[in-house]
Ligand binder design. Structure first.
Ligand SMILES: O=C[C@H](O)COP(=O)(O)O
Length: 261
C-alpha cells in the first residue's frame, strides 16, 4: 500500500496571526494545486493563529490543512492556560502534535501524559502526530532503537488497532532539532523501520503498512528528497524551514516528487 507523504510545518512559538495569514497566503500562491495529489501539506501554527488560518483556508478553499502543537488531555474545566480537543476540533484542526521533545523537556511531559493526549486527540477526530526521539547521550550509548520503541509503545498504550491506524508517528532525534545536524537518511530510516516493525508486532501488518512515519530534525529543501526516498519515511515534520514560505514550498514540492514549481 502506497502511503501518501505528509509534510507538516511546526511553527513552534513563532508568528502572530497577521504573520500567519501572510505565510499561508505565500504557500498557497507558490504551491500549485497539482502537488496536493502527491503530498499532504499541513501547517501547525500557535493557538492564537488558528482561527485566522482557518478563516483564510476556508474562504479561499485551499488544499492546505492545519492543526495545533499541543492539546489538553481534558475536555474542559479548571485547567488555566490549556486548550482542549473539542476547541481544536471546532476550529477544524486536522492534526495536533503530541509529545514533541520540547514539551517533554521544557514542560516535563511524561509518556503517560502523552498517551492521554493521543487519546484526547483521537476522541475528537483529530489526527495526533505522536513524536518520539532520543537525546544525544542515548544515541551515543547505542540505545536509540529501544528508547524510541518504548516511547511508541507507551504513547499508544490502550489503543485499538483501528485507532493506531489513524495516528501519524514522527521520529525526531533531539540532537537534530534546530541544530542544523540532520540525521543521515540511513540513520533516520533505521529508526523509522524499527518503529514500523514495532507497530507490526503489536498491531499487525495492515496497521504497520498504513501508518505514516515522518522524520523531523533540520529538514530542508536540500535534504528532504533523500529522506523521503527511504522506504519507511513518509514525509517530514519541519520546524525552522517551515517559517520561510519559499523554502517550505520547495520542500513540499520535492516531497511530492518534484519538479520545483
Ligand atoms: O517539529 C519540528 C522539529 O522540532 C524540527 O525542527 P527543525 O526543523 O527546526 O530542526
Amino acid at each position: 500500500m502506497a502511503r501518501k507523504p505528509l509534510v507538516a510545518g511546526n511553527w513552534k512559538m513563532n508568528l502572530n496571526h497577521l504573520e500567519a495569514i501572510a505565510l499561508v497566503q505565500k504557500i498557497a500562491f507558490a504551491l500549485p494545486e497539482k502537488y496536493y495529489a502527491k503530498v499532504d501539506v499541513a501547517v501547525l501554527p500557535p493557538f492564537t493563529d488558528i482561527r485566522s488560518v482557518q478563516t483564510l483556508i476556508d474562504a479561499d478553499k485551499l488544499s492546505l490543512t492545519y492543526g495545533a502543537q499541543d492539546l489538553s488531555p481534558q475536555d474542559s474545566g479548571a485547567f488555566t492556560g490549556d486548550i482542549s480537543g473539542p476547541m481544536l476540533a471546532k476550529l477544524g484542526c486536522s492534526f495536533v502534535t503530541v509529545g514533541h521533545s520540547e514539551r517533554r523537556a521544557i514542560h516535563g511531559e511524561t509518556d503517560e501524559l502523552v498517551n492521554k493526549k493521543v487519546k484526547a486527540a483521537l476522541k475528537h477526530g483529530i489526527t495526533p502526530i505522536l513524536c518520539v526521539g532520543e537525546e544525544l547521550e542515548i544515541r551515543e550509548a547505542g540505545e536509540h532503537l529501544e528508547h524510541t520503541r518504548n516511547q511508541l509503545i507507551e504513547g499508544l498504550k490502550g489503543l485499538k488497532a483501528e485507532q493506531v491506524q489513524a495516528v501519524v508517528i514522527a521520529y525526531e532525534p533531539v540532537w537534530a532539532i534546530g541544530t542544523g545536524k540532520v540525521a543521515t537518511a540511513a540513520d533516520a530510516e533505521e529508526v523509522c523501520k524499527s518503529l514500523r516493525g514495532t507497530l507490526s508486532e503489536k498491531y499487525g501488518d495492515e496497521v504497520a503498512t498504513a501508518v505514516r512515519v515522518l522524520y523531523g530534525g533540520s529538514v530542508k529543501s536540500g535534504n528532504v528528497s533523500e529522506l523521503v526516498a527511504a522506504d519507511n519515511i513518509d514525509g517530514a515534520l519541519v520546524g525552522g524551514a517551515s517559517l520561510d514560505g519559499e523554502e517550505f514550498t520547495k520542500l513540499c514540492a520535492l516531497a511530492a516528487g518534484g519538479p520545483l514549481p
